[in-house]
Design a protein around this ligand. Structure first.
Ligand SMILES: [Zn+2]
Length: 367
C-alpha cells in the first residue's frame, strides 16, 4: 500500500511538472505565432505597395511607348517629305539640264539672248539653293526628333529596369510570405500536438488524484471525530490571500480550480502548522511542480461513511511521517514557500470523499 501510494505521488508530480512545461511551451508558440503574423502583415503591406508601384511603372511605360510611337511616325513622315522633295529636285534638274543630246546645257537653246540665259542659270541656281535649304531643314528636324526619341527611349529603359527591380522585389516578398506561412503552419501543428499532450497529462493528473483518493478510502480505518469541526491550522493568521474556487493561477497564468485556501500574513514564515483534526498521516512528501513539501492527513469516516482528509502545502519542512497518528492541534510542520508558491503561505485543503471542498465551511469558528 505504501509503495503504491509513493508511486502515485511520483506519477502525479511528474505529470504536473510536464503539464506546466507544456503550457509554457504552448504560450511560447502562441507568442511566436503572433510575431510571425505581424511579420506576414508587414510583408503583405509591402507586397501591396510594390504592386501599386509596378502598376504605376507599367502605365508610365505604356505612355512613354505612345510618345515613342508618335515620334516615330513624325520621323517617318519627315523622311517621306525629304524623299519627295529630293525626287522633285532631281526631276527639275533633269528638266533643266538633261534635255540635250550631247549632255550640253541645252537650257540655253530656249534663251532668247544672253541676259535671258543668265536669268535662267540664276533661276536654276536659286531653285537648287531653295531645295537644298529645304532638305537641310528637314534633315535637321529629323535629327532633332531622333534625339528626342532616343531621350524618351532612355526614359523607357529606366522604367523597364525599375519595373524589373520591382518585380524581383515582389517575388522576394512572395517567397518570404510563403516561408512565414510555412512557419505558422509548423507552429500550428506543434501547438495542436502539445495541446493533445497537455490533455493527456491533465487526464493523468485527474486519474492520479482519483487513485490517491481511492488509496485514502482503502486505508481508512479511523472513526471520524468531527463533532466540533476543524481546527484553524495556523493560529493567529487569518488572512486569506486566495480563496477556494476558480482563479488565474499565480504562476502558470492559466484559469484553474484552486482546491484550497491560501492562509498568509506578515511574519507567517516558519510558524507552526497544526493538524486540523485527529488522524493518520498518509502523505508526507515533496512535489516540485505544485505543493512543495506537503502533508496529507486522513481523518477517517463519519457515521454516513463520508471520508475526510486535509492537505497542507508549501511547508518549509514537515516533521511527521507516513503512518504516524496525529492529534488535533499537533504541530506537523512549518509555514514556507516551497513548490509552486510566490510567497510564504499555507495552502490548506479539505477533501470529503476525495473531493476538495471549501475549507471555510468546515471550521466552527474563525477568530
Ligand atoms: Zn493554494
Amino acid at each position: 500500500m505504501e509503495n503504491e501510494k509513493r508511486a502515485f505521488e511520483q506519477e502525479l508530480q511528474n505529470a504536473r511538472n510536464e503539464a506546466k512545461r507544456i503550457e509554457q511551451r504552448i504560450n511560447e508558440l502562441k507568442n511566436s505565432k503572433a510575431k510571425q503574423e505581424e511579420i506576414k502583415e508587414q510583408l503583405e503591406k509591402q507586397i501591396e505597395n510594390t504592386r501599386q508601384q509596378i502598376s504605376i511603372c507599367t502605365n508610365r511605360i505604356i505612355s512613354i511607348q505612345n510618345s515613342i510611337d508618335a515620334l516615330q511616325s513624325d520621323i517617318e513622315a519627315k523622311n517621306k517629305e525629304f524623299d519627295h522633295i529630293k525626287e522633285l529636285f532631281k526631276k527639275r534638274l533633269r528638266c533643266m539640264y538633261m534635255s540635250g543630246a550631247n549632255g550640253q546645257l541645252l537650257i540655253l537653246l530656249g534663251a532668247d539672248d544672253f541676259a535671258d540665259y543668265l536669268a535662267r542659270t540664276e533661276l536654276t541656281r536659286c531653285v537648287a539653293e531653295y531645295d537644298n535649304a529645304l532638305l537641310l531643314k528637314i534633315t535637321k528636324i529629323v535629327e532633332s526628333i531622333n534625339q528626342t526619341k532616343s531621350e524618351v527611349e532612355k526614359q523607357k529603359q529606366e522604367q523597364v529596369n525599375l519595373k524589373k527591380t520591382l518585380e524581383q522585389k515582389q517575388n522576394q516578398l512572395n517567397s518570404q510570405v510563403s516561408e512565414v506561412n510555412q512557419i505558422i503552419r509548423n507552429i500550428n501543428s506543434q501547438t495542436s500536438e502539445l495541446n493533445a499532450k497537455k490533455q493527456e497529462y491533465e487526464n493523468a493528473i485527474r486519474q492520479v488524484e482519483k487513485k490517491i483518493e481511492e488509496v485514502l478510502q482503502q486505508i481508512t480505518a479511523l472513526k471520524f471525530n468531527g463533532t466540533v469541526g476543524f481546527l484553524w491550522p495556523v493560529p493567529g493568521y487569518y488572512i486569506i490571500t486566495s480563496p477556494f474556487g476558480m482563479r488565474v493561477h499565480p504562476i502558470t497564468g492559466t484559469y484553474r480550480m484552486h482546491n484550497g485556501i491560501d492562509i498568509s500574513g506578515s511574519g507567517i514564515l516558519g510558524k507552526p502548522i497544526l493538524a486540523a483534526e485527529d488522524g493518520q498521516v498518509v502523505i508526507a512528501s515533496y512535489n516540485a511542480g505544485g505543493y512543495g513539501n506537503y502533508v496529507m492527513i486522513n481523518h477517517g469516516k463519519d457515521d454516513s461513511s463520508n471520508t475526510y482528509a486535509t492537505l497542507y502545502g508549501h511547508m518549509t519542512k514537515y516533521i511527521v511521517s507516513v503512518g504516524q497518528t496525529v492529534k488535533k492541534g499537533d504541530v506537523i510542520g512549518y509555514v514556507g514557500s516551497t513548490g509552486a508558491s510566490t510567497g510564504p503561505h499555507l495552502h490548506f485543503e479539505i477533501r470529503v470523499n476525495g473531493t476538495p471542498q471549501n475549507p471555510m465551511n468546515y471550521f466552527n469558528k474563525v477568530k
